[in-house]
Ligand binder design. Sequence first.
Ligand code: IPE
Ligand code: IPE
Ligand code: MG
Length: 238
Amino acid sequence: MTVKKEKLPRHVAIIMDGNGRWARSRALPRIEGHIAGIESVRDVVTTTRELHIPYLTLYAFSKENWTRPKKEVEALLSLLGLYLEKELPLMMENNVRFNAIGAISDLPVPLQQQLGGVMEKTGKNGSLLLTIALSYSGRQEILRAARLIAEETARGETTPLDEERFGTYLYTAGMPDPDLLIRTSGEMRLSNFLLWQMAYTEIYVTETLWPDFRGDAYKKALRDFTVRKRRFGSLKEI
Ligand code: IPE
Ligand code: IPE
Ligand code: MG
């Protein structure tokens, strides 16, 4: 499948949803859906890199996901650890910089250390910034920024607060806002993902479940984006 490269998004955000349903439809335990979903992550990261899209942000675990059964949470976190271990050499080979956002201090300490290590080792890579959102909540991120700003103000900081400055207190500081949000498995909601950043993001929802969302399905979503007309509130189409 071909996509017009000049019209591709610079930043793609993805809500990777539907692993549980994928497993259920095969009479498998939910965790098997998460395992199968890792292959989709690999495919999507590779395609992103091949198309020279510089930013990819994946929603892997929400703050609200802590309310799931302990067994599922543990399995998800250990899968993440395995993924990182396996992918690190490939990230180095492919010049991918890894980044984790969210309330990282909520995670088990060994995983925090592993995340820190991968961020450090890949810190100088430049082809793609791969961000994984973990224990992430958009509302918490905005609150955190407001608290940081309030603290600085209390210490005497007087720089006027505008959207640009506010953005520098978010986890995504320095990144462009997502141009395209993809959500798999048909759910029409944001589920607390990048609430500030997605003010003008184009949304693409597909019924395809995350473990079935491979390179071709991704390219279809990207091609759909390339023919969208964006207006940002004006009468001009971009
Ligand atoms: C997405 O799949 C993975 C995470 C939220 C961690 P789900 O586990 O939400 O799968 P469904 O929505 O139950 O099918
Ligand atoms: C959103 O999926 C979170 C992630 C994909 C990590 P959920 O499955 O948790 O969202 P809801 O509960 O359907 O809104
Ligand atoms: Mg879900």
